[in-house]
Design a binder for this molecule. Structure first.
Ligand SMILES: [Fe+2]
Ligand SMILES: [Fe+2]
Length: 176
């Protein structure tokens, strides 16, 4: 596959994974807006395992493949700062999500207390996740589109293979 194919595949994979993750957030955000807390908590409990896994895998993939590929291709003060910021946001998103689940499962918090906490936490989380995904696609991804692509092709192809071997997880893209 040529360089364009490799970069397009990476773009496709990231876009698809963002869509999957954002699709978890959208119905919950609607219930939150309508203050339907009972349905919201039930939905969050039902999707907890899947969402956590998706997010964990996606962040792992970005930190192992996407971010290093950008830095290999376009190392500058700005791109390094951006990658560090996005990586830090991964930690914050995971922490906030964990906190939401802790509140929902808390055996000691009162229902009103849970509702109040989740209302502000989840609203911010929903906004942060969307903003984060937009920055990756709109600001970080175009940095891969500049200059010599040979290194990127090798790096991304090898990373896909390595991740599959190490984690046993298939990389769900059309072609590699
Ligand atoms: Fe990310
Ligand atoms: Fe992402």
């Amino acid at each position: 596959m040529n360089d364009t194919g490799v970069v397009n595949n990476l773009y496709l994979k990231l876009s698809r994974e963002h869509e999957i993750v954002l699709n978890f957030f959208a119905p919950a955000a609607k219930l939150l807006k309508a203050k339907k807390f009972h349905e919201l908590f039930e939905l969050l409990k039902r999707t907890e395992k899947d969402l956590s896994q998706h997010i964990q895998r996606h962040f792992h993939f970005e930190e192992e493949v996407f971010f290093p590929a950008v830095l290999l291709e376009n190392a500058s003060i700005d791109s390094v700062r951006l990658v560090l910021k996005l990586q830090k946001e991964h930690g914050m998103i995971e922490r906030d999500l964990r906190q939401v689940y802790q509140i929902i499962h808390s055996p000691i918090m009162l229902p009103e207390e849970k509702q109040r906490e989740v209302l502000s936490l989840y609203r911010d989380l929903n906004r942060d996740v969307r903003r984060h995904a937009r920055t990756e696609i709109q600001t970080l991804f175009p940095l891969l589109d500049q200059g010599e692509r040979g290194r990127i092709q090798t790096f991304v192809s090898e990373s896909f293979k390595r991740l599959e071997t190490n984690t046993g997880l298939p990389v769900p893209i059309t072609e590699r």
